[in-house]
Design a protein around this ligand. Structure first.
Ligand code: MRU
Length: 340
């Protein structure tokens, strides 16, 4: 399979796979402005925590070019980028890293562009590494449940949860996958199912509400999914529905893993209670593919993410090792540069 690259830079422009229209059409979407990157993140042309971080890095480069010598204008554009989506910490992490670099290098655009390339390269490296490490938790013939899309499309290369799954498949472990469709944006049905098919991994798509029955009936050996932000005590914010899965998994003794690069850990956030949860447009729930499925004007609650308490998490697979309980102590070790 040709490598899927969600975030690329070509001829001075950011080149994104347009994830709104997959799998019906595979098309690239281009921008060379900060506003364009902001819109791409907000409208989910690019989505998935690490991919958003990668795209935003180029947004900071464009912001610098657009701001000339006006430091306040540059900071304003960077803040604007951070505001595109609130939950995935990788966005803020990447913009702040780029801003620090800008200061360090005297606002040199070429250095800043190189830093964006480095962020993208490092993300793929971290994902490949954590995917290898993740093999420790998979046994031959396992059936794995995943939620949303934490694949190559959601990152700057290879994938996190789906990266572990791809590595297991390529290692000949004979795994099988169940993919939740992931209402309302259907990242599981549209993106994960597409990636699994492209990679030739045996997989079955299920409505989200079928997962509990499969878990109860002993059909799932383990759950692996991604993360948008992990607090210092190991609480995991991820796509809506993750928390419910964790509760059922705990009730039936099924191991529950999150896979994420350490750039997804927010060391400054004590626990998951303060993680900002994005609420998206009501029409994402009232409509499917532009077709109205609920009464006009029906009130809707549409949080895009939820927080899974660390008590429900078996482990967090990172490029620095698998973080297991006690999460706070082990996350602190990662913060101090240790590998686990
Ligand atoms: O709303 P999305 O599609 O950006 O949400 C994506 C997820 O929740 C992913 O699981 C998470 O970002 C990890 S991606 C490696």
């Amino acid at each position: 399979m040709e490598d899927i690259k969600a975030v690329q830079f070509e001829n001075g422009r950011l080149k994104l796979i347009d994830q709104r229209i997959l799998p019906a059409r595979f098309e690239y979407w281009y921008t060379d402005t900060e506003e364009g990157v902001f819109e791409a993140i907000r409208t989910m042309i690019v989505r998935g925590a690490p991919a958003i971080g990668g795209a935003a890095a180029y947004g900071v480069y464009f912001a610098l070019r657009e701001s000339g010598n006006d430091a306040q204008a540059f900071i304003g554009r960077c803040r604007h980028l951070i505001s595109a989506r609130p939950t995935a910490v990788n966005l803020e992490w990447s913009v702040l890293r780029m801003m620090r670099k800008a200061e360090e290098c005297g606002y040199d655009p070429d250095t800043l562009l190189e830093e964006a390339h480095i962020i993208v390269r490092e993300d793929e490296e971290m994902n490949r590494k954590l995917s290898e490490i993740g093999l420790q938790v998979i046994r031959r013939g396992d059936t794995i449940l995943t939620h949303c899309n934490a694949g190559a499309l959601a990152t700057c290369g290879w994938g996190t949860a789906l990266g572990v799954i791809r590595s297991a498949h390529e290692s000949g472990l004979g795994i099988k996958v169940y993919a939740d469709e992931t209402r309302p944006r259907l990242q599981g049905a549209r993106l994960t199912a597409w990636e699994l098919k492209e990679a030739g991994i045996p997989a079955t798509l299920i409505p989200d509400s079928a997962a509990a029955t499969l878990i109860r009936d002993g059909k799932i050996d383990l759950i692996i999914l991604g993360a948008d932000r992990i607090s210092a005590d190991g609480d995991v914010a991820n796509k809506l529905g993750t928390f419910a899965l964790s509760v059922v998994a705990k009730a039936y003794g099924v191991p529950f893993y999150s896979a994420a690069p350490t750039s997804t850990i927010d060391f400054s956030m004590k626990d998951g209670k303060d993680i900002p949860i994005e609420e998206r447009d009501a029409d994402e729930v009232r409509m499917i593919e532009g077709v109205q499925i609920a009464p006009e004007g029906m009130p809707v609650y549409n949080p895009s993410f939820d927080v899974t308490p660390h008590e429900n998490v078996t482990g967090i697979i990172t490029e620095k090792g698998i973080i297991r309980p006690p999460f706070d102590k082990n996350i602190e070790r990662i913060r101090n540069g240790e590998n686990l």
